[in-house]
Design a protein around this ligand. Structure first.
Ligand code: XMP
Length: 600
């Protein structure tokens, strides 16, 4: 396996991990290392990819790297910053760009060579750079250019050193996978690596990491923790695992009971269900800030786990904690060098971080994206209905029930501005700002802004265009919703609402209706995730509001709002509005970014 290894050296690009993943998708094992890795670490591989990065190769803060990279005789592919580093180190010249260039460009091929073998001419590639190569090093040849960039692909075939100014790892680059595949061929990779190997390796790794200890695992019943349980079960056997499902009171309707039943059916009958709903509800009583809620819930999880360990007289030296953390959880909590904090995921709160630092946590999925986790689940023989379940956040419905102390906010100006824009753009919608704030992600940063409701005819194409224009133009908002019922909004009022059992029960009912109607329509696989959210907003003097948030996604890093058939939406609205306490139903028509999937 090691012989097939491709090393990705991380110069700070936000795509480094995606790049490593693309290599794995192409069938070669890949690992990410710091550019300062030692010669020994660098030697055991088939080839090296130098990632992009935000710095300039001439900058004082340019990442340090081990210059021996270029003396190992291994094939090298430099991307963007990586290309510029090759140019600078091997005798070429890089020009400091005054204007940054983002977006798509057409790649005109001058010479294919092995790197661009079978690559279509004039294909679209994604560029994102300020500096560019002005002169290529001696013994290098130019393979391709774009309108704005003379040296878009360069090669020294003899030394097997290559560089690309564009990013082959992003989906917008049409021929990106072909180019990366060609590099793997140049490296002599057999491209036979897959989830089967990953599973075998992980099983070995888990056995080594856990050693003589046992694992205490919290199982939410969601895809990730269930797959971790199955994986630990495979590696260690049931007797070395104590699996606990904490019913935090924020679960979906009947969820805790069905989780236990499903796992029992699969022969994983070590799950112990612990009802902690009263403790959790007590801990978040009166709390309204989303980040506070998340932190309280995350920390209480750890406290309860600790308490259980003590109650069971489990010696902390003999036990470690297992978690189903996946990669996006780490990125969005600012867990990588360059990422901003978007949301504190419950499994990255301080108490957990301390355990990680002490080596008392095992997280076998932490480098995988959701779709890779699902693939691993299949490899483990788990049934498809379980592997393909919608993701469900650890803090559960607690982050789908927005809270408020009430009060008034004058949003008239925002309403006026929005309606003026709608008129200018020729849309037949009327905008009504809602007095609640939701979380979003804009320009890779967290935002917490108001929500704008639109009323009119439900035309999803127009709503998509309109919502994008509105969130781009109005700095006060990060989300747009469409008013399904009532169709005319006469008044809106912010209510004083907190996390109470009654309110969560109401949300559970509304959520169960959305899920049931989605499943009746046969759409639960097509829709990636479907939060149903309760917001403390009274419309036309009648009850609270529910928001439907079905989304399409692959990795949760970006998402589109899903367009459900009219009759399915109508059925949901009819049933949800008949619930006591619900006065309005909205449909979230915002993509991620600028909004996030969850509202908090
Ligand atoms: P956002 O709302 O950031 O969510 O677009 C991306 C994905 O992550 C899930 N999510 C969480 N999962 N603990 C989790 O286990 C959390 O604290 C958490 N917050 C968001 C969300 O449901 C979506 O699938």
């Amino acid at each position: 396996m090691d012989n097939e290894r491709i090393l990705v050296l991380d110069f700070g690009s936000q795509y480094t991990h995606l790049l490593a993943r693309r290599v794995r998708q192409l069938g070669a094992y890949s690992e990410i290392l710091a550019p300062t890795a030692s010669r020994e670490e660098l030697e055991n591989c088939r080839g090296i990819i130098l990632s992009g990065g935000p710095a300039s190769v001439y900058a004082e803060n340019a990442p340090k790297f081990n210059p021996e990279i270029f003396k190992l005789g291994k094939p090298i592919l430099g991307l963007c910053y990586g290309l510029q580093l090759i140019a600078k180190e091997m005798g070429g010249k890089v020009k400091r760009g005054s204007v940054k260039e983002y977006g798509t460009a057409k790649v005109k091929i001058a010479k294919k060579g092995k790197l661009l073998n079978n690559v279509k001419d004039n294909s679209v590639a994604w560029m994102s750079h300020g500096d560019k190569v002005e002169k290529i090093p001696p013994q290098f040849e130019n393979l391709a250019s774009t309108n704005d960039c003379e040296f878009a692909a360069i090669a020294n075939p003899e030394k097997k050193i290559f560089g690309l100014q564009f990013h082959p790892e992003v989906t917008h680059t049409e021929e990106g996978m072909k180019v990366l595949g060609n590099f793997l061929d140049i490296c002599g990779c057999e491209k036979k690596w897959g989830m089967k190997n990953y599973l075998e390796e992980k099983v070995e790794e888990i056995r080594k990491e856990v050693g003589g200890r046992k694992v205490f695992l919290l199982v939410s019943g969601g895809v990730d923790s269930t797959i971790v349980l199955a994986l630990l079960h495979r590696a260690l056997g049931g007797e070395k695992i104590y699996a606990m499902h904490v019913d935090n009171g924020f679960m979906r309707k009947d969820e805790s009971r069905t989780v236990k039943e499903e796992l029992d059916k699969l022969g994983m009958n070590e799950l112990n269900v612990f009802d902690a709903s009263k403790q959790f509800l007590g801990a978040v009583k009166g709390v309204t800030d989303p980040e506070d809620k998340r932190k309280i819930i995350g920390n209480l999880f750890v406290e309860i786990a600790d308490m259980q360990i003590k109650e069971l007289s489990l010696n902390p030296d003999e036990w470690i904690l297992g978690q189903g953390t996946i990669y996006p959880d780490t990125i969005e909590t600012g867990g990588t060098k360059n990422a901003d904090l978007i949301k504190t995921h419950h499994n990255r709160v301080k108490a957990i971080q301390e355990l990680i630092d002490k080596g008392k946590i095992i997280e076998p999925l932490k480098l995988l994206y959701k779709d890779e986790v699902r693939e691993l689940g299949q490899e483990l023989g788990l049934p498809l209905n379980l592997v393909n379940r919608h993701p469900f956040p650890g803090p559960g419905l607690a982050i789908r029930a927005l809270c408020s102390d009430g009060g008034e906010e004058n949003l008239d100006e925002l309403g006026k501005k929005a309606n003026k824009l709608l008129k200018e753009w020729g849309f037949n919608f009327r905008a009504v700002p809602l007095p609640v704030k939701a979380v979003g992600v804009q320009g890779d940063e967290r935002s917490y802004r108001n929500v704008l409701a639109l009323e009119g005819k439900m035309n999803c194409k127009e709503l998509e265009e309109c919502s994008t224009k509105l969130t781009n133009s109005l700095g006060e908002i990060n989300r747009v919703v469409f008013a399904l019922a009532p169709e005319k909004i006469e008044s809106v009022k912010l209510l004083k609402k907190h996390l109470t059992k009654d309110r969560l029960d109401l949300l559970r009912e509304a959520d169960a209706i959305s899920m049931e109607e989605l499943s009746n329509a046969g759409l639960d696989e097509e829709v990636w995730q479907f939060p149903t959210v309760i917001i403390p907003v009274e419309v036309n003097g009648d009850g609270e509001s529910i928001v439907l948030r079905p989304v399409l996604s692959r990795e949760a890093m970006t998402a589109r709002f899903a367009v459900l058939p009219r009759e399915v939406i109508a059925k949901m609205v009819e049933r949800i509005t008949s619930l006591e306490g619900v006065g309005a139903v909205f449909y979230d028509v915002t993509h991620k970014p600028p909004a996030t999937i969850e509202w908090e």
